[in-house]
Structure formats: structure tokens, C-alpha cells
Design a protein around this ligand. Structure first.
Ligand SMILES: *Cc1c(COP(=O)(O)O)cnc(C)c1O
Length: 227
């Protein structure tokens, strides 16, 4: 068992716990996704042995490799940019796809899920800051995706994801998390079918404390654990 990773994980959990206690939130309601994209199967296994089961991958090859080796023992999230021709590799394997950012990609996931006869849980990736403009959908397209999925029983939209740009002082990007949370609540208050909007996936090693303060309940943490 690789103790440093388990110890880092425990310290990260402790930091989440502290914020939650201060905010009167239940720490058990914040899902920690350990982003294992930089490490091998051994490292993932060491955390499974320590009782952690949620891992995030952003590349198809590594996702498939780790899912094939450990998919029975752990849950793998797909958090990276997804091309439509790779959808077949991820649907039915990922417990949650965090990065759905276009109608075209959504349509491909719907098709593949129906074909495989699975229900695929997804998050819609929002481009809030305008700086990560390569990926992520704007508000209008987010609403269009939700509408396009209202009659679709093979895909469930469980919430939103965003990536804030890196800042040495993460206070400068607090507004990004506030805006994602506002959008989430706005959508929740609209009478859409087939969308629950219970997950706000935001916060990484450098900014997760601020993200949790602003309502995040899914944090994706890599370097603080696997350093
Ligand atoms: C790498 C990555 C993370 C984790 O970043 P760290 O700064 O290492 O915590 C989170 N989300 C996505 C989409 C990533 O690609």
C-alpha cells in the first residue's frame, strides 16, 4: 500500500471537512474525485485499498486502461474533453461524464447509451470564465442541451461542471464558482424534465476550498493527492 497518497487524500478530506463544518454543510455531501491522470494503476489501487473509490481520468487511453484493470473495484469518471468518435469507449464505463459541452456530443452519447441499453449519467460543462473558451458551453447551449434531453431516458443530466482558470490567488476566481452555482439554481427552478441538477462539479487542487464555499459538491483533485 502506498501510504503517501492515502495520507494526502486524508489531508484533503480534512480540509473539505473543515470548510463544511464552518458552513454548516454535511462533508459527506461533497464527492471527492481523485484525478489519477498522472499516475499508474498501482497508485489507484493503493487508494482503493484505503477505501477510496472515485477516480477521474481525462484521456481515453488511460481511462480504458484503468477501467479495464480496476473497473470492478472502483468508479471512474471521465473529466476530459470528449470527441464524438470516442463516445463508445466511455458510455457505459464512466460512472459520470463531466464534460459534455455540445449538442453534437450529447446526441452521440444518447445514441450510444440507447445502443448499449444503459442509462448514462452526465454533467454539462459550462464555460463561465471565457478563458477556458476551447471547451465548455455557454448558457444558451446548456439550456438547449437540457431541452434536447427532456424526452431521452438513456441519458440523465445530473448537474454542471466548470473549470476555472488558474490563479495563484484563487480568490480572484471566486466569481466563476458563484456564477456556475447561480446557473445551476436557475435551471433547477425551471420546469425541465429529466434533469436533476444536484451536482456542481467545480474545484481543483488550487481552488477547491473556495469552490466548496460557493456550493461545489463535487471536487476533482489531482496534484494535492498524487503530487
Ligand atoms: C487535471 C484536472 C483536474 C485536477 O487538477 P489538479 O490541479 O491536479 O487538482 C481537475 N479537473 C480536470 C478537468 C482536470 O483535467
Amino acid at each position: 500500500m502506498n501510504l503517501p497518497y492515502a495520507k494526502n487524500l486524508e489531508q484533503t478530506r480534512e480540509r473539505i471537512r473543515k470548510i463544511c463544518l464552518r458552513l454548516d454543510r454535511d462533508p459527506g455531501q461533497v464527492m471527492l474525485v481523485a484525478v489519477s491522470k498522472t499516475v499508474g494503476i498501482d497508485a489507484v489501487e493503493s487508494l482503493i485499498e484505503a477505501g477510496h473509490y472515485d477516480f477521474g481520468e481525462n484521456r481515453i487511453r488511460e481511462f480504458l486502461e484503468k477501467h479495464t484493470a480496476l473497473g470492478e473495484k472502483a468508479r471512474f469518471h471521465f473529466i476530459g474533453h470528449l470527441q464524438t468518435n470516442k463516445v463508445k469507449d466511455v458510455v457505459g464505463r464512466a460512472v459520470l461524464i463531466h464534460s459534455v459541452d455540445s449538442l453534437r456530443l450529447l446526441a452521440a452519447i444518447q445514441l450510444e447509451a440507447r445502443k448499449k441499453q444503459v442509462v448514462q449519467d452526465i454533467l454539462l460543462q459550462a464555460d463561465i470564465s471565457g478563458e477556458e473558451s476551447k471547451y465548455g458551453a455557454g448558457r444558451k447551449e446548456i439550456l438547449e442541451m437540457i431541452q434536447a434531453n427532456e424526452q431521452n431516458s438513456s441519458v440523465r443530466i445530473r448537474g454542471l461542471m466548470t473549470m476555472a482558470p488558474y490563479r495563484e490567488n484563487p480568490e480572484e476566481i471566486r466569481w466563476v464558482f458563484q456564477k456556475l452555482q447561480d446557473l445551476l439554481i436557475d435551471i433547477r427552478n425551471k420546469p425541465f424534465y429529466n434533469t436533476t441538477m444536484e451536482y456542481a462539479s467545480m474545484g481543483m487542487s488550487n481552488d477547491f476550498e473556495i469552490a466548496v464555499e460557493e456550493g461545489s459538491n463535487v471536487v476533482r483533485i489531482g496534484s494535492s493527492i498524487f503530487g
